[in-house]
Design a binder for this molecule. Structure first.
Ligand code: PMP
Length: 360
């Protein structure tokens, strides 16, 4: 065993040794409201058309390394002006990784906290200098003076701003974001993973700022199983990322399936509307409960605060009643006492609310 320990510490970087693997909770047998997935499946007729589209897929061949057809569909979907380029990733997770892999070893990476965990996880793994700046309490908006001070002092190579933010669900103030983009000497990535639920985007600002990139994913829209994200912006930046992208990172089944699904986007638009309507219902019901404060959300989940030191007990009680949500309280700071619920189908949301009521 000692020998094994020596082997491991001789082989792997200290940053890797210090990390913990990203854990995904087992949801078997539970109503799954923990991972911001779209709860709806497709109508049978759409499934049939999809399988038809897959029928001639040549699995013996490598995929199109440029995913040309899918790229065109995504450009069209986002009405991306011609002067910008687009890079596809195996989920936006992969794009975050690509971006960070391309930085010098001494680079700094800045993101507000609480934020999406992968910004820190991947920065730490690569030995980069990750700087997490707390959001303002209660409003969860950007602390602009603090962000600008860190930008001035550390000149981060990349700044990640999730818009809406995960796990808080809010849209940061637009003027603060623009100030940050203007002050930054490095890249600013607007991570619009939850854009389908928000009706807000920085795509239109791309032509004003060379250092701005907009990243999106099809995961929250309803295609989490495909693993497909994309980043849009300045071709000179995209060109660098393309150099370190693995040649076949988007497999053939994903290319065909995503192209099919995104060409039938009206299906998702209906589902998105239902999710937004349910979000309003769940928000209202949560705030009726004694001791619970739900925070306004522009995403497909809601963060809520429970009575002091009760979050884990409430989380476990809800789970015992058959509903899996996400316990955020262990992260501490602004997330102390907080739980996060993904908006599901109406009956799933009712089951969650009933379980929560019982656990209080
Ligand atoms: N960005 C944000 C803000 C997220 O919350 C997530 C997923 N939870 C991602 C990116 C990653 O999405 P994916 O890899 O599924 O595209």
């Amino acid at each position: 065993m000692t020998q094994n320990n020596n082997l491991i510490s001789a082989v792997f970087r200290k940053e890797v040794l210090a990390m913990a693997a990203y854990k995904v909770a087992d949801a078997a047998g539970l109503i799954k409201l923990d991972a911001m997935e779209n709860p709806y499946n497709w109508p049978e007729a759409s499934k049939k058309d999809w399988l038809e589209a897959l029928k001639d897929c040549q699995l013996n061949r490598y995929p199109d390394p440029e995913a040309r057809q899918l790229t065109e569909t995504i450009r069209h979907l986002n009405q991306l002006p011609e002067q910008f380029d687009l890079l596809l990733g195996n989920g936006s997770d992969e794009i975050i990784q690509l971006l960070l892999m391309a930085l010098p070893a001494t680079a700094s990476v800045l993101a507000p906290v609480p934020g999406f965990v992968m910004y820190k996880q991947l920065s730490d793994c690569l030995g980069l200098n990750y700087l997490g700046i707390p959001l303002l309490a209660e409003s969860f908006d950007l602390d602009l003076p603090a962000m600008l001070a860190v930008i001035g002092q550390h000149q981060p190579s990349v700044i990640f701003l999730a818009y809406p933010n995960n796990p808080t669900g809010n849209l940061f103030s637009e003027t603060a974001i623009l100030e940050i983009i203007k002050s930054a000497k490095g890249l600013v990535v607007l991570d619009e993973a939850y854009a389908p639920f928000a009706n807000a985007s920085f795509i239109d600002a791309l032509d004003q700022y060379d250092n701005l990139l907009v990243m999106r994913t099809v995961s929250k829209l309803g295609l989490a199983g495909l693993r497909l994200g994309y980043i849009m912006g300045n071709p000179a930046i995209i060109e660098q990322l393309n150099k370190i992208r693995l040649p076949y990172n988007i497999n053939s089944l994903t290319q065909i399936s995503a192209d099919f699904a995104l060409s039938n986007k009206v299906l998702f638009d209906e589902q998105t509307q239902k999710i937004c309507a349910e979000r309003a219902f769940v928000f209202k019901e949560l705030n009726k409960l004694d001791g619970i404060t739900a925070y306004p959300s522009a995403a497909n989940f809601i963060l809520f605060k429970t009575p002091k030191d009760k979050a884990t007990e409430i989380f476990l009680s809800i789970k015992q009643q058959g509903v899996l949500i996400k316990n955020m309280s262990a992260q501490g700071g602004l997330l102390s006492d907080c739980l996060r619920v993904t908006i599901g189908k109406p009956d799933e949301n009712l089951a969650f609310l009933a379980a929560l009521r019982k656990s209080l």
